[in-house]
Design a protein around this ligand. Structure first.
Ligand SMILES: [Zn+2]
Length: 380
């Protein structure tokens, strides 16, 4: 616990010497001495020179995390592409790429592509991987590191993702829902975090990640917090991929709007070509497509207003491919939220686009990865 506390203070920049660690931690000098000694011996921390002594007293050694300790790997996966990035312990990126994947091709094909790129990139780097964080567009069971009944993803239900990647990379693996990672990344990007924060993703799928006022993810008892895709929309009864009817996903997801445009049956998968056509018609101002997106914004706004009543968030971030593609959707959803939610719930509320843009998920993955790399049971 002691080593972890000190390492986190060094990682956050709150301290960079023993005197500063004493001040920041409130621990006794002798305790800090012992903890730093252990971190130095284990190769987690190194000294990089001496601070100029202010007034009297000896110069204090400057301490920082030792890059030799290893790398944090992050894979932020959507259904059709993955953003892969390697960071050193100073949270600086050292390698990155984007690869095309198709979750519908099954877990072995997708995970092997991810593992192959990381192995290749690591072979050119001097240090080992400490931990890999993998975000997936599906509900995650954190007890065994698998995904649970994801729609349009044959072969993934209960597939042991964590084990597979651990075998491939030889490091610890954390599996997390992609929207949860985005929420965490956006929370840590705020100069002064004030929660709760909700990240609402509206794209191929719809989901919400929740970061509490304490800055931690709210995953729920089974890891399925924020599954708003299956909230019921009044006046609709289209069949949903979940087997139920009238879910938000059947009227406000890119899949639903694309099916509407091409006249496809409900709850069937769409092709890349169909989705590309949808986005190009939206960009070109096709009246029918524009109207369908405006309605989607209203449904999303109504769902978000309900969340506002329940959670009273401080900040709501609205992201995802549908939001990225349409300038009006955020404004539509925002006006519905302010119409429908109680003034007491919206007094402090801001509803914004992602501050990190497409990097929200990777940012959240880095947060989880650093926490794990410096966790008490790894360092103690
Ligand atoms: Zn549903």
């Amino acid at each position: 616990m002691l080593s972890s506390t000190l390492a986190r203070l060094l990682a956050s920049g709150a301290a960079s010497s023993k005197p500063e660690l004493v001040r920041a931690s409130g621990l006794a000098r002798s305790t800090v001495d012992a903890g730093v000694q252990e971190l130095l011996e284990r190769g987690v921390v190194r000294t990089t020179g001496y601070q100029q002594p202010g007034g009297r007293g000896r110069a204090a050694a400057i301490l920082e995390l030792d890059p030799n300790y290893g790398y944090v790997l992050v894979a932020d996966c959507g259904r059709h592409s993955a953003y892969l990035k390697i960071f050193d312990v100073h949270q600086r990126p050292v390698a990155e790429t984007r690869i095309r994947i198709e979750f519908s091709h099954g877990p072995e094909v997708v995970l092997e592509a991810i593992v192959a790129w990381f192995r290749s990139a690591l072979s050119d780097l001097p240090h080992p991987a400490v931990v890999a964080v993998v975000g997936v567009p599906a509900p995650v069971d954190h007890r065994d590191g698998s995904v649970v009944r994801p729609p349009f993803m044959p072969g993934w239900d209960r597939f042991p993702v964590t084990h597979y990647i651990r075998d491939g990379l030889g490091c610890e693996v954390i599996l997390e829902n992609d929207v949860n990672l985005r929420a965490l990344g956006e929370a840590r990007a705020m100069p002064e975090f004030s929660g709760p924060l909700l990240y609402v993703k509206a794209g191929t799928g719809i989901g919400v990640g929740i970061v509490t006022s304490d800055g931690v993810l709210m995953r729920g008892a089974d890891g399925s917090s924020g599954e708003i895709a299956h909230l019921k929309v009044t006046g609709h009864d289209e069949i949903c991929v979940c087997g139920s009817r009238g879910c938000l996903e059947t009227v406000a997801s890119v899949g639903a709007l694309t099916r509407l445009m091409v006249g496809a049956a409900p709850a069937t998968p769409t092709t890349q070509e169909e989705r590309d056509l949808f986005f190009s018609r939206l960009r070109d101002g096709d009246p029918a497509v524009r109207a369908s997106v405006r309605r989607a914004g209203q449904y999303l706004g109504e769902a978000i207003a309900n969340l506002v009543h329940m959670i009273n968030p401080h900040r709501i971030v609205l992201g995802g491919s549908l939001v990225d593609a349409d300038d009006e959707l955020l404004a539509t959803a925002r006006s519905i939220v302010y119409q429908q939610a109680l003034p007491i719930s919206t007094r402090e509320l801001t509803l914004v686009r992602p501050a990190l843009g497409v990097d929200s998920g990777v940012g959240g993955g880095l947060v989880l990865g650093m926490e794990r790399a410096l966790a008490p049971d790894r360092l103690g």
